[in-house]
Design a protein around this ligand. Structure first.
Ligand code: PLP
Length: 372
């Protein structure tokens, strides 16, 4: 890791991120293109409306949407999308939120989509003033249940794409869009961590929300893409609740530059570099007594693979949870992906690792196993 004085000045430990894009660790490495754009605009003035117009053009080009909007985070994007579906392009209504008196203010959400990504989906929706109406159960939701839950007070259906959702038994997006559109109800997709910038809109979804600071490598930001009338309504929210979720000039410009960098990046070369790092870790850990390592695909089909390290407590002398915790307590804290650590494994995600960091990772695990 490069030297940087702020780690000394503020006495902050650097962390080796083997877990992916985690908010708790600072999400992702901001790409140079975004850093440059942020630096350049940070010293100057610009009409934010002009900047947002240009951002809309860039988002539209990359996603195929009619328009786009940049806000503080994907969760802000979800809250503002719900707000937009309640108020439309009515300024007075937008300024009145989170008071929803007289507005359609119910959001339909499949029970298996009530995720906790560090905050819960229903609290994110509630920020707008809307109420979440859960439909179905975590193990199964039927189309008929969604249909009967959508009524005169429904303003939107929120659909979550994530490894955090129930991975079976939920009604797929295409079908949700058809059911909702039959009643002229818009569909908002939370695709915060998804690489696919076009596919969800192609299903007919009305608004799709991405994180600027995950796979895109932008600054902390949320990107909303979709129908022009609803995007206009999202922007109007900046006169009300959207102000608490403001993206300033640096983050709007940084998100735009990250999108443009994504557009021209050599994705195959990036993937090859990640696969190389992953392979080196896998080879170095193979055969160690107490663990089994295998490659697993991304649960939502993003173009990446992770290493799954299964820990045999009898042979390793510790559980997967204990090993994950012990890794964070080494000289260089190593953070692995431990969402399901109670099931006896953790994952290693190399997407935010630098070449060379795999040696530290491997040494950390070997040390704990008394193997080096
Ligand atoms: C990360 C994530 C979010 C939150 O994104 P932020 O940009 O950090 O607000 C929301 N939903 C899902 C599915 C996520 O993975």
């Amino acid at each position: 890791m490069p030297e940087s004085s702020i780690f000394d000045r503020w006495n902050l430990p650097r962390v080796l991120n083997a877990s992916g894009t985690m908010t708790a660790l600072g999400a992702s490495r901001v790409v140079p293109e975004a850093r440059r754009a942020m630096l350049e605009i940070s010293e100057e003035f610009v009409w934010i409306d002009d900047l947002l117009d240009r951002a809309s053009t860039v988002i539209a080009r990359l996603t195929g949407a009619e328009a786009g909007f940049v806000t503080a985070s994907a969760s802000s994007g979800i809250a503002l999308s719900v707000a937009a579906c309640m108020t439309g392009r009515d300024e007075g209504r937008a300024m009145r939120l989170p008071d929803t008196d007289g507005l359609r203010d119910e959001v339909v959400l499949q029970a298996g989509h009530l995720v906790d990504y560090g905050a819960t989906m229903d609290s994110t929706i509630a920020v707008s003033g809307a109420r979440t109406r859960l439909v179905g159960s975590v193990s199964r939701t039927r189309p008929s249940q969604i249909e009967s839950m959508m009524g005169p007070d429904t303003c939107a259906v929120v659909f979550v794409v994530s490894h955090h959702t129930a991975q079976y038994g939920q009604v797929p997006l295409e079908e949700v869009v058809a059911l909702a559109h039959a009643k002229s109800i818009p569909v908002i997709v939370d695709a915060a961590s998804e690489y696919d910038l076009r596919g969800f809109l192609e299903t007919g979804a009305d608004l799709v929300v991405y994180s600027g600071h995950k796979f895109l490598g932008g600054p902390t930001s949320g990107i909303v893409a979709g129908r022009k009338t609803l995007i206009d309504a999202c922007r109007l929210q900046n006169l009300g609740i959207g102000r608490c979720m403001k993206a300033g000039k640096e983050n709007i410009a940084g998100a735009m530059a990250a999108l443009e960098a994504w557009e021209v990046r050599d994705h195959d070369a990036m993937r090859a570099a990640e696969d190389g790092r992953s392979k080196r870790i896998q080879d170095a850990l193979a055969g160690l007594d107490g663990i089994e390592v295998r490659v697993i695909p991304d649960p939502t089909g993003n173009p990446l693979e992770r290493l799954r390290v299964e820990v045999d407590p009898a042979r390793a002398g510790m559980t997967a949870a204990q090993m994950a915790r012990a890794l964070t307590r080494q000289d260089t804290p190593i953070v692995v992906r431990g969402h399901a650590v109670e099931r006896g494994y953790f994952d290693v995600d190399v997407c935010n690792m630098r070449d060379g960091e795999e040696g530290t990772m491997v040494a950390g695990v070997k040390h704990l196993l008394g193997a080096g």
